[in-house]
Design a protein around this ligand. Structure first.
Ligand SMILES: *Cc1c(COP(=O)(O)O)cnc(C)c1O
Length: 224
């Protein structure tokens, strides 16, 4: 299935009206699909797998902003540290330590979002809200000299229940507002929540960055 460029324009119009940034989630999709959206002006793309991201980065235009949105293992940080634009799924201090170490090696500051666990499913990664606040209050964030914490990321439950999703997004927004008090310099200003199926709801609850894949690129086929 080709890229849905018409849908792209519709979504972009909706997002622009709301000052929301679009991350086009291109995992499992070929370079031609990414290039097609790039040619329409899209620069921010999201990927979940380190090797796939490294390969794509090497062969696609250099001004693409690559967002890592998957679950990142510490031992793989080094492969994306030279170029990654924003890491969304940071869910432990151990991972922050490794990202900081690799950022120092690459002589750069890496922007990160802390992932918060809001869904009912056990399988979704992330800090629990109370742990996040304990961490921020501890002041240990200051140890990570080469990381800029830009905000929070979360994934709602895999459900059609709008009431449940709405509550989860509202909860994440409340964590975001509270956490932002720990960053008076204003760098903490990104709330990444919302995907193809729930992005409008997420925006209505305060999201300012959405990660949309299948609506733009079609359904993913993992068996290929
Ligand atoms: C795959 C993925 C998306 C995009 O999902 P769609 O439903 O295809 O829009 C968004 N966020 C994360 C973390 C993902 O892994």
């Amino acid at each position: 299935m080709p890229v849905n460029t018409q849908q792209y324009q519709v979504i972009q119009d909706e997002l622009l009206q709301n000052n929301v940034q679009l991350i086009a989630v291109s995992k499992t999709k070929p370079n031609e699909d990414i290039q097609a959206l790039y040619d329409l002006g899209q620069r921010a793309f999201g990927e979940n797998y380190v090797q796939e991201l490294v390969d794509k980065e090497a062969s696609l235009p250099k001004d693409i902003q690559w967002h890592f949105i998957g679950h990142l293992q510490s031992n793989k940080v080094k492969y994306i540290a030279p170029f990654v634009y924003l890491i969304h799924g940071v869910d432990s201090e151990k991972l922050l330590q490794e990202i900081n170490k690799q950022a120092v090696k690459n002589n750069r500051v890496i922007d990160c979002l802390l992932q918060i666990h809001i869904a009912t499913e056990e399988t979704k990664f992330g800090f629990d809200g109370p742990d996040l606040h304990a961490f921020l209050l501890s002041g240990r964030v200051a140890n990570f000299t080469h990381i800029r914490i830009r905000g929070l990321m979360g994934m709602a439950s895999f459900s059609e229940d709008q009431y449940l999703l709405s509550n989860e997004f509202t909860l994440l927004k409340s964590y975001f507002d509270k956490a932002s008090l720990a960053f008076p310099n204003g760098d903490f200003n990104i709330l990444s929540m919302g995907m193809s199926s729930d992005y409008s709801l997420a925006i209505s609850k305060g999201s300012n960055m959405v990660r949309i894949g299948s609506l733009l690129f079609g359904a993913r086929n993992y068996t290929k």
